[in-house]
Design a binder for this molecule. Structure first.
Ligand code: COA
Length: 205
């Protein structure tokens, strides 16, 4: 068994969740979701402009969906972070890694509430989560896929150092329409550690 297999064979989903720390960046706090986020999560992710670009999301999105999402976090196999502005509790978005331990790889996904678009927050959060994936989880690669027309998200991925890896033909169904997916990725060897987030603090609740 090589380094990766040995390390990841030992990972249960619960272990991954225990590793989800609170991360602080220049302007943001990335923390575990709490049930107190249900209302804001429902309101923000349920907006048409946000939901339209997310593949696996019920729409319309209800408080019950939000509650189920938060309660299932420990079984999800994902490192999920709620995004908040520094010094504030209120959720403004979400970001996470869907981890495939046996392959030492993960898929990055994120969203922001519409009032918070265009401020560079997605880029800032994604940089921190990429650092977490490589530094703490010791992943070998991180990838993401975006709907072809989602130029805003593609720009975020480029800015965090991901490279375009190709485009699928339209075989993914979103809201009764088949869409193209563009794949982006970054290998561990390509990743240059950005300035460390200000603090790593294990999540304790
Ligand atoms: C994707 C998303 C998180 C980006 O949020 P954001 O706040 O706009 O992100 P940022 O401000 O960090 O960066 C966006 C970049 O795209 C650029 N951009 C914005 N509109 C653009 C456009 N029409 N064409 C090209 N680039 C554009 C911005 O200029 C910015 O780059 P800059 O900082 O160099 O100016 C947000 O749009 C969102 O939540 N969308 C819905 C969910 C989603 O798409 N999730 C990703 C699925 S892969």
């Amino acid at each position: 068994m090589d380094r990766t297999e040995a390390a990841y064979a030992a990972y249960s989903v619960a272990t991954i969740q225990m590793l989800v720390p609170t991360i602080t960046t220049e302007r943001l706090t990335l923390r575990a979701y709490e049930l107190g986020d249900v209302r804001e999560l429902t309101h923000l992710i349920g907006a048409r402009e946000v939901a339209a670009n997310l593949l696996r999301l019920p729409y319309p999105y209800s408080e019950q969906d939000a509650r189920a999402f938060i309660c299932a976090t420990e079984q999800s196999g994902e490192a999920r972070f709620a995004v908040a502005l520094s010094g504030q509790e209120r959720l403004i978005g979400g970001i996470g890694l869907r981890i495939q331990p046996a392959q030492a790889r993960a898929e990055l996904g994120y969203w922001l509430g519409l009032p918070y678009w265009g401020c560079g927050y997605a880029t800032e959060a994604a940089r921190a989560v990429i650092a977490y994936g490589f530094d703490i989880l010791e992943l070998d690669s991180i990838h993401a896929s975006v709907f072809r027309e989602n130029v805003r998200s593609a720009e975020v991925l480029r800015k965090i150092g991901m490279r375009p890896e190709g485009c699928s033909r339209p075989r993914v169904l979103k809201w009764n329409r088949f869409v193209d997916l563009e794949l982006y990725g970054i290998m561990r060897a390509e990743w240059k550690s950005p300035p460390a987030p200000r603090a790593w603090r294990p999540h304790t609740s």
